[in-house]
Design a protein around this ligand. Sequence first.
Ligand code: SF4
Length: 374
Amino acid sequence: MNLPRPLSHSSISMYGECPLKYKLKYVDGIPEKPKHFFSFGQSVHKALEFFYKVEALPAPSLEELLKNYRENWVTLGYRDQAQEAEYFQQGKDILAGYHRRHAAAFRIPYSVEYDFQFTVDGVPVTGKVDRIDRQEDGRFCVVDYKTGKALTAGRVAQDAQLTMYQLACESLLGAEVARLTFYHLPTHHEHSVGRRSQEQLEELRARIKRTAEAIIAERFEAKPSENSCRWCDFKAHCPVFSSAPAPVPAADELAALIDKFGELTARRAELDGETAGVKAALLDILRRKGYVRAFGARFEVQRCGAEKFEFSEANKKKVLHLIKAAGLYESVLAPSAPLIQKLLADPGADAELRAALRALGVPVEASDLKVTPL
Ligand code: SF4
């Protein structure tokens, strides 16, 4: 087969992550679901494109910038209105901070949202650079905005996206790239490094060639991993997640599986305890600082879920009293599924009532496993 479309940084990464995922998206053309984090990134990128795509000074005002942001807000993929409103506000804060830092020393860039197409050893490659600035010595500075999790110095020094941009700019624009930057918008941290080495450029060229050859040879094996499968929309088309029955294991395989399950369960219990402690400490800090979202070096956290209340035994009576007085007793204390399960399992409950309730239900086989160390 031929390449279904020119390679890009993201399609090369997707092939490396899971060749089957690449096939389902780019060869079979199965659409992915919209994701709120892509919509958010797109909205902020569009606003910054507007900010820099001017013909003459001065820079657009903050009001003009926010107006453009509002008008081009991408609404797809958000869980609900509350989540969308929270992200919209975060984008406004980012842009206000960006304007405060960069409007005064504003310079018109060499190029904004630079679309490129070129070939690497005969392989067509495409992409888009957020911004290219030109230094006084004529060399370029390439800038890519990031709206997701915080970046590490190691990533900036190695990331293949920036290497690809250097390769494209130097092949097409006839001048050297001096600096490569990831601008992390939530923290306004500019991570800049010098130009990539010849060795890094050659490594990328070889990767582009290898990926194209593998696609043309139709090597599309599934490569499951926690990171790539978690966000994958193609599980319904993937044999790793299909419901085909697995072959029955031999006795020794069964014993090995039991022991592995036991070990993993014990480790999980240990990790659960540790995780709960860290989570409580984090929630306490976020609550006290009034933050909804915060970043580490490799992860971000977000407070979510509804607030819950607990009542002391003494106050429970007062709660009941208030509910009865408000005429809400019946609706608040209506039978719930967990209460009925409890009643059915209670040998002391009225036997006739239990039999009548059992006759109304369908028993579902218990699917959990209790594991005990030997
Ligand atoms: S579910 Fe996992 S293994 Fe299957 S296609 Fe998606 S990423 Fe690949």
